[in-house]
Write a protein that binds this ligand. Structure first.
Ligand code: FES
Length: 113
């Protein structure tokens, strides 16, 4: 195999002598240390490996890297989902702390005087 060029998260990567049977997921995780996409089921069922390729959602465990020479690939590290996830995670943490405070108040109110 000759040189493969992948654009992942707006950064170009050149891969030499890549085994043509290597999946896009394995290239990201094992060759490029892009570990946001996970290998869950490795059978296209869980979606943990999802990437956007030219704007379309793809299970990267089911597609060969050589099929995506020159494609624009976005992983969870760069997607808008990541910032949305961080926002939700922060709010969830705040809500959890708030509900812990409420539980503490309820326990305080219920204790025998
Ligand atoms: S690893 Fe589960 S769909 Fe790809």
């Amino acid at each position: 195999m000759s040189t493969l060029t992948l654009t992942i998260n707006k950064q170009d990567y050149q891969l030499e002598n890549l085994d043509a049977r290597t999946t896009l997921l394995d290239v990201c995780r094992q060759h490029l240390q892009i570990t946001g996409p996970k290998k869950g089921c490795d059978h296209g069922q869980c979606g943990a490996c999802t990437m956007l390729i030219n704007g379309r959602r793809v299970n990267s465990c089911l597609t060969l890297a050589v099929m995506h020479d020159g494609d624009d690939i976005t992983t969870i590290e760069a997607s808008e989902c990541q910032s949305h996830y961080r926002h939700c995670s922060k709010r969830l943490k705040t809500m959890t702390l708030f509900s812990a405070d409420i539980a503490r108040l309820v326990r305080f109110a219920q204790r025998p005087h």
